[in-house]
Write a protein that binds this ligand. Structure first.
Ligand SMILES: NC(=O)C1=CN([C@@H]2O[C@H](COP(=O)(O)OP(=O)(O)OC[C@H]3O[C@@H](n4cnc5c(N)ncnc54)[C@H](OP(=O)(O)O)[C@@H]3O)[C@@H](O)[C@H]2O)C=CC1
Ligand SMILES: CCCCCCCCCCCCCCCC(=O)[C@@H](N)CO
Length: 369
């Protein structure tokens, strides 16, 4: 009879071997995010991380449709993405100026993107437009609370709804003859949301912004479960009215921490000093570093992606019913995170409490109603 200790040591050794192989990438067969020869519709593409995402997807062979409001910034981002194209003779680029907080504009931009793409709905849609106006909640107008929800939640919800409808219930129904077996038309579609670490851990100063990114996360979780209905129906022998799409739909989210972007510079103007203090230890990333981390997570086939070590730790610490990327790594990460919180929570709370004790009552912004 082997004793308990040797069983324990054996299990631990197996875990170490598994983790080593996993870190070496042995269990990640192939790239799960093929963009070459496909069309990506990307919002918030004109500056900040979106501009880098467009460029990096272009260098991997994608055609890109860039969406934002300001046309001249879109033009310069388009030229940048185009200059890095893998196959300049076949890849195409297009810009659409639209305010994505409008439901009607999301309908219009998807229709325009589809027409430009030869009548095919773009195979990859990434709702990346977003920004925050951080401040103490009692110094934030209700109008600003609402506008953050409009951009960081509703814009993504509108585009997700339009895109999934267009993929799954096309105006010209899919016919089995029109589908080339094993070809591009059967490759999975990808719908990607750019959330934030704030969806995992909210802190003073982001009370108005955090709920929008958390709502986006919840939208993705709900959709990810719901979409399995359609992916399953594809394998069904039961024939109902509408022909199923010939492809699977994959939902993903990415969760950046601080990105050194124009948006970040802008938000720093309204940010309360205590928020600066709390996020001082956050490992800030360049736009390009963060874009690369997002794309690496997608290529690994992750449902949700942390973009740096702290974001990954925050992700595992608040998984709930979120689908796991890797059961072993996610469970080990949860153990680590639960211990880390013993130290981090008193630190976060102590910093805010101590700020109040030292500085006294925060000034009220009188122009607010
Ligand atoms: N910076 C950070 O620290 C973090 C950012 N994030 C998220 O990552 C994403 C990218 O952030 P970041 O690179 O900082 O963003 P930036 O603010 O630097 O860029 C935002 C992009 O979105 C576009 N945009 C803004 N509002 C609208 C609108 N109403 N309609 C259409 N397009 C719009 C902007 O173009 P234009 O103004 O011309 O419309 C621009 O292309 C966002 O979703 C953000 O919330 C998450 C965590 C941290
Ligand atoms: C076990 C887990 C430990 C967790 C420690 C938490 C420490 C707090 C870090 C807060 C980082 C805030 C980044 C905001 C990014 C963002 O979305 C804004 N810049 C808006 O654009």
């Amino acid at each position: 009879m082997p004793d308990l200790l040797s069983i324990g040591v054996t299990l631990l050794l197996l875990l170490v071997v598994y983790l080593s192989l996993d870190i070496m990438g042995l269990f990640n067969w192939g790239n799960k995010f093929q963009v070459e020869g496909r069309t990506v519709l990307l919002t918030g593409a004109s500056y900040g991380m979106g501009r880098e995402i467009a460029a990096q997807l272009s260098s991997r062979g994608a055609s890109v449709i860039l969406v934002a409001r300001n046309v001249s910034k879109l033009e310069s981002a388009l030229a940048y993405a185009q200059s890095l194209a893998k196959s300049p003779s076949t890849q195409r680029f297009h810009l659409i100026s639209a305010d994505v907080t409008s439901e009607a504009e999301n309908k219009r931009l998807l229709a325009e993107a589809t027409t430009w793409n030869g009548g095919r709905v773009p195979e990859i849609v990434w709702t990346n437009a977003g920004s925050s106006v951080p401040d103490l909640l009692l110094n934030t107008s209700v109008e600003t609370m609402r506008s953050q929800m409009e951009l960081n939640y509703w814009a993504a919800a509108y585009l997700a709804r339009e895109t999934l409808t267009a993929w799954l219930y096309p105006t010209t129904p899919y016919s089995p003859q029109s589908v080339e077996k094993g070809g591009q038309s059967e490759a999975p579609r990808h719908l990607i949301f750019t959330s934030s670490v704030i969806a995992f851990v909210n802190i003073a100063g982001y009370a108005a912004y955090g709920p929008a990114k958390s709502a986006m996360r919840a939208l993705a979780d709900g959709l990810r479960n719901e979409i399995l209905l359609y992916n399953g129906a594809r394998r069904s022998s039961t024939s109902t009215g509408q022909a199923p799409a010939p492809f699977d739909v994959n939902i993903h989210s990415v969760f950046p921490g601080t990105i050194k972007s124009p948006g970040f510079e802008q938000e720093n103007k309204t940010k309360h000093a205590v928020t600066h203090l709390l996020e001082a230890g956050d490992p800030a990333q360049s736009e390009a570093e963060c874009a690369t981390a997002c794309i690496q997570g997608l290529e690994a086939g992750n449902y949700s992606t942390g973009t740096n070590w702290l974001s990954k730790l925050m992700r595992v610490s608040s998984l709930g019913g979120t689908p796991r990327n890797n059961w072993v790594l996610d469970i080990c990460g949860q153990w680590v995170a639960s211990i880390v919180w013993i130290f981090v929570l008193p630190d976060l709370e102590g910093k805010v409490w101590g700020w109040g004790k030292k500085e006294g009552m925060p000034a009220r912004k009188t122009e607010l109603s």
